[in-house]
Design a protein around this ligand. Sequence first.
Ligand SMILES: Cc1ncc(C[n+]2csc(CCOP(=O)(O)OP(=O)(O)O)c2C)c(N)n1
Ligand SMILES: [Mg+2]
Length: 555
Amino acid sequence: MSETNRAACSDGDEEQVSGAEVIAQALKTQDVEYMFGIVGIPVTEIAVAAQKMGIRYVGMRNEQAACYAASAIGYLTGRPGVCLVVSGPGLIHALGGMANANMNCWPLIVIGGSSERSQETMGAFQEFPQAVRSSIYGRPGACYVDIPADFVNLQVNVNSVRYMECCMPPPVSMAETSAICMAATVIRNAKKPLLIIGKGAAYARAEEGIRKLVERCKLPFLPTPMGKGVIPDNHPNCVAAARSRALQFADVIVLFGARLNWILHFGLPPRYQPDVKFIQVDICAEELGNNVKPAVTLLGDINAVTKQLLEQFDKTPWQYPPESSWWKTLREKMKSNEAASKELASQKSLPMNYYTVFYHVQEQLPRDCFVVSEGANTMDIGRTVLQNYLPRHRLDAGTFGTMGVGLGFAIAAALLAKARNTGQRVICVEGDSAFGFSGMEVETICRYNLPIILLVVNNNGIYQGFDVDSWKEMLKFGDATTVAPPVCLLPNSHYEQVMTAFGGKGYFVQTPEELQKSLRESLADTTAPSLINIMIEPQATRKAQDFHWLTRSKV
Ligand SMILES: Cc1ncc(C[n+]2csc(CCOP(=O)(O)OP(=O)(O)O)c2C)c(N)n1
Ligand SMILES: [Mg+2]
């Protein structure tokens, strides 16, 4: 390290500090614990200074994955993670992570080194406290801090630097009392009530209150994908297995930190009753009334508002009758849906189908593990079978449906599990296409020896693909660029070798027995990460799809 880069060095009686150190100290003061990124000029010194300051630096292989990891830290801890990037291409790569964080409403700080600027504009570091505040106050999201290159190595008198105090956690806001009373009345009068628990509830740490509300009032609830685990999936009031039915016929729906976006079919018919009454609980005023006219809006911190609702029901206790026809309908539908997926799971034919794979995984899934998942069928079907028992323990493609987030998210979760010494494992369930987006992060996983088990559910394609024989047959008709369906990936790719290349354990499995054995071994081995490449039926989907090229190429 050059003399000018040195940590606070003495020049006569004036102690000097570099711009990089000021940044690192400012981040430390803001309780930042993790920094992810890829270094280069001019940000290397920032990473070094951060590490010296006790911030954990995780070097990744692509800024996009680094940014996903930093945002997952924000979601899991409530304090933003930092993604450090070089300007230009580094920042451009990070944009994907920033957009994804914004769509998920997860706090994130991206620090980019920019080109040198004149002295006057170099007060940029004083923007830090604002960056932390804007990332966690109100609706959380991404923010970007630009660091001029000459600032990084600039030496200033240590006494001339003023650090902002650590930004406090967001102030807790509560809903209007009259709105709370009105919401309680609407719930009491419901014939077919339903609670929907979103990841906003998970982020707000509202699990205890929402569970009390569900149990005291005996209400059915449905988690959104990342709302899973706020109340355990195996809770008797969870009606996830009757999701469509519950949405379609409910007459009152309370949304706890769940938006009426595409994931919830916009809250509109035909997926809902035209006159369904929505009660929206959200931290963001702009979200209220989006797509529907809600019966009641409860603006505030989801945990605090839930407690307000609980107080109402404490004052005048009320229970939704457990013998209602609504409960009966939901239970019947759950039973038949569960039976249908069990039936699919029990199929003995090879290659395996999705359900067979996920039932075997579920059997061995540790209760306290993090489940990270991405892909199309892999994620959608996996979500219905793989259970979550703890809040903030499921991370997936999210509101933006972003492929490539999985490994970064898994890395973030594993770092926290490791730092907290919980012995928890991260099970990262990837479609073969999804895995490809950030596959080289396997090296990062091995370098930091993270407790991650990667499962690649391999159907040789995006949504579906071809088996080896069909692939070869098809190539007789012409070059792959002209005849291969765009969904196809190279059949039987040995993704497990990506893991063995870096010293982790790799498995290539084709049968339920091989899957069980490899999972058992991976879970038993706490010394190294592993990747299980699970070959499934390339055409396996929930519903057969009629692709025009299948008939055209006669494969
Ligand atoms: C960044 C990004 N690029 C492309 C897509 C489009 N897309 C949706 S799902 C998917 C991959 C699905 O294939 P796979 O991961 O193998 O899962 P499968 O459905 O085959 O189980 C892609 C590419 C996306 N969602 N995000
Ligand atoms: Mg696939």
